[in-house]
Design a binder for this molecule. Sequence first.
Ligand code: GLN
Length: 298
Amino acid sequence: MNWMQPKGLPLVSSVESSAASSLTVAQAASWAQALGLPRLDAQVLLLHALGRAPHERAWLLTHGDDPLDASVQATFADHAQRRLNTEPVAYITGHKEFFGLMLHIDKRVLDPRADTETLVEWTLSCLADVAQPELLDLGTGSGAIALALKHARSDATVSAVDASADALAVATLNAERLALPVDFHHGTWLAPLHGRAFDAIVSNPPYVASNDAHLADLLHEPLSALTSGADGLDDIRTIVRDATRHLKPNGWLLLEHGHDQAQAVQTLLGNQGFVNVQSRPDLAGILRCSGGQWTTVK
Ligand code: GLN
């Protein structure tokens, strides 16, 4: 989190009273930023309150002097307050763009991070020479990874698993809206895929240690999508162990993990017998994904 909530400000009442008279578009954006919202969040929330799309930020600049309707102003004040209370923008607006796809997002699923696009790109590059690949996304949540893969590779057969029926309802809705066929399964990791083998198994599993202080910033997201035992690696250990029975020869297992877990995940993969074990950085340059290839020929 790179911003702080200012303590003790009468947030909503200040905007309502300072503007029983109305604020202009530019004044509303400045008000929210003065309270500590990043400029981009303030702009996206203001556009949402105005019923405009998140990519219309230029509109805010060209209409800076327009007065805000009282109901728009009240909605914006409420949404800005929710964001200041660390609720993800995506839960407030109900959507998030991931790998060029507009996804419906709500509190039933993890808010997809741009860093996870790294995992999609890496998966696609591993599959460049594989025709009609069979792919599996474990812990699909909103369906972000599975849908991005299917969108980029229409020749692929994409399956996805989640233990949360709530999450699968969101993922299914997104697949329908985007008209991207994905085969969804309810269950624990590889359990629903008995007898199936894939060219790539991909996952952004829970990986935060259960006592990590960073969880205080993630209070609005499902804990089951975030934490995984004392060192955060319980689910990754299960996936690394069980994926071996579900990979075709030379198939890839590619995992997102925590900022300090690359070495541990590489070791797990190596000890399990994966080859070509390697990691990839996220947008901040931190090794955020690790993976390897499964070959029965050693
Ligand atoms: N990337 C998220 C965070 O730490 C965690 C997501 C996860 O556990 N898969 O902010």
